[in-house]
Design a protein around this ligand. Structure first.
Ligand code: BES
Ligand code: ZN
Ligand code: ZN
Length: 491
């Protein structure tokens, strides 16, 4: 699918998208042949320009049927980047369902709504998202009909926004593909291969640490989680140095549990079949680093993914085990399903001690509780650093990926105390609640003195229903968020 800026006005399209604010202002930008039918639809009161509203009509022009999709953007005082992104994604999805080949988007009809660089960028990304499908395992695939999307716009930085949109959307789509692959295929070794491919594509160093070396490093908490699987664990390290004079190195740590059965604390069958999505944090890190490198951001970034599978076997770790983490802290493992934090603890220690990262950002499908707290559209963030929180909140607006801060509440911390080790990995049996916060507090034990941001995406990584910007399955949530955090930090 080709995305271009329209240069020559003609009627060579088969679907026209026209955005309208709630005041329903029609401008000269609307193609001549569409003016009368659009005006008639509005005068008849079929379309009001409300936020996210879609109205479809067809017209006969030059002997062929052309579809028109009116998309409402709502009241200008109440819109935000995400509402615009969703409204346009709905319009693209409608065109896809109509089997359009050439889509023209008359952006200039709602010029004053779409004059912000980040909005234009995201509206362009939406086209690629709406067209995304994961079809690798379907014997008969009806390919998408969309060949080209043309943007009719006079926005001065459009070419720049479009170029960035392509890179960012492709990177999120890469993350979706990694998540959607079934677990028998997407093993730790396979994820390492995928990361190496990204390394070659972007010309950055990707290093894989195999089990013997991880043992030597003392990454026993991480290795314990992977013990129950025949597929051996891998630590994936991706290095991008785009600001060599700067001593700051941002560590992006992604939870890479390729499959989370829960271990001996086995998950119920209803939640098992999506548990290959437990590496969505890793997928976001790989996607973000691809975008960071392609856009040549002025920043130093090291991605660390401790990839393994949480399975049951005669070798698997047992609740009651005591694990010596790479940091030296002993962990009483009282719940084999709270495995993500064990893998992250060692990945963070490795990033700080071996890769000398100066800031830590971890992203993980860590707790089911985050979905109870915030729903399935907002990720939870926890931090010890106000500046990182501000970056995350600003990046979240730009990325159209919502976040909400939860407190790193020290008063809850005692429930992670253990009577036989330094701490335990779950507060099972206690009544304090706050599962997401406790996950964060556990991870905080391993960030030493570093500024740290934790992003819990267990509610937002996966969609069980088709969305205008993503079909059922992995969303790639966090790719754009991480990319934009690093972009803001590099300014
Ligand atoms: N991978 C899960 C979290 C999860 C749940 C992700 C649902 C996606 C959808 C994580 O490893 C887990 O099992 N967490 C436990 C923690 C508890 C045992 C302290 C949970 O949320 O129940
Ligand atoms: Zn688990
Ligand atoms: Zn998990």
């Amino acid at each position: 699918m080709e995305l271009i800026k329209l240069t020559e006005k003609n009627s060579n399209y088969d679907a026209l998208i026209i955005p309208f604010g709630s005041e329903l202002e029609t401008t000269e930008c609307i193609p001549e042949e569409a003016k009368v039918p659009v005006k008639a639809a509005i005068e008849a009161g079929f379309f009001k320009g409300e936020d996210g509203e879609i109205y479809k009509l067809s017209m006969l022009a030059e002997g062929k049927i052309q579809n028109i999709v009116l998309v409402g953007l709502g009241n200008k005082d109440r819109i935000n980047n995400r509402s615009l992104f969703i409204a346009f994604s709905k319009a693209y999805s409608a065109c896809k369902k109509m089997k359009a080949r050439i889509i023209r988007v008359v952006l200039d009809n709602a010029k004053e709504y779409i004059e912000d660089y980040d909005v234009v960028e995201k509206i362009c990304e939406g086209t690629l998202f709406a067209d995304y499908e994961f079809n690798e395992y379907k014997s008969e695939v009806k390919p998408s009909t969309i060949e080209r999307v043309e943007f009719d716009t006079t926005y001065d930085r459009f070419d720049e926004a479009l170029a960035e949109a392509k890179v960012c959307a492709e990177s999120t789509i890469l993350a979706r593909d990694l998540i959607n692959q079934p677990p028998a295929f997407m093993t730790p070794a396979q994820l390492a291969e995928e990361a190496k491919n990204v390394g070659e594509e972007c010309n950055i160093e990707v290093m894989i640490i195999h089990k013997p070396e991880a043992e030597e490093l003392g990454m026993n908490a991480f290795l314990a989680v992977g013990k129950g699987s025949v597929n051996s664990p891998k630590v994936i390290v991706m290095k991008y140095f785009g600001d060599k004079d700067n001593e700051d190195v941002i560590g992006l740590i992604g939870k890479g549990v390729m499959y989370d059965s829960g271990g001996y604390c086995l998950k119920p069958s209803a939640s098992l079949h999506t548990m290959h999505g437990d590496m969505s944090g890793a997928a976001a890190v790989i996607g973000a680093i691809r975008a960071i490198a392609k856009m040549e951001l002025k920043a130093n970034v090291v991605g660390v993914i401790a990839a393994c599978e949480n399975r049951i076997s005669g070798e698997a770790y047992l609740p009651g085990d005591i694990l010596k983490s790479m940091s030296g802290k002993y962990i009483e493992m009282n719940n084999s399903d709270a495995e993500g934090r064990l893998t992250l603890a060692d990945a963070i220690t490795y990033a700080i001690r071996e890769q000398k990262v100066t800031k830590v950002i971890d992203i993980a499908t860590l707790t089911g509780a985050v979905k109870m707290a915030l729903g399935n559209k907002t990720a939870g963030i926890i931090s010890n650093d106000e500046e990182l929180v501000r970056f995350a909140q600003e990046a979240s607006e730009i990325a159209c990926e919502k976040v909400w801060r939860l407190p790193a509440d020290k008063e809850l911390r005692p429930v992670l105390n253990s009577s036989i080790a330094d701490l335990k990995n779950s507060a099972i049996g206690t009544t304090v609640g706050g599962g997401t916060i406790l996950g964060g507090l556990f991870i905080q034990e391993f960030v030493e003195d570093k500024p740290w941001l934790h992003i819990d995406i267990a509610g937002t990584n996966w969609t069980h229903e088709d969305l205008p910007y993503c079909p059922k399955g992995g969303i790639g949530f966090g790719t754009s968020l991480l990319y934009n955090i690093v972009k803001l930090m590099s300014k």
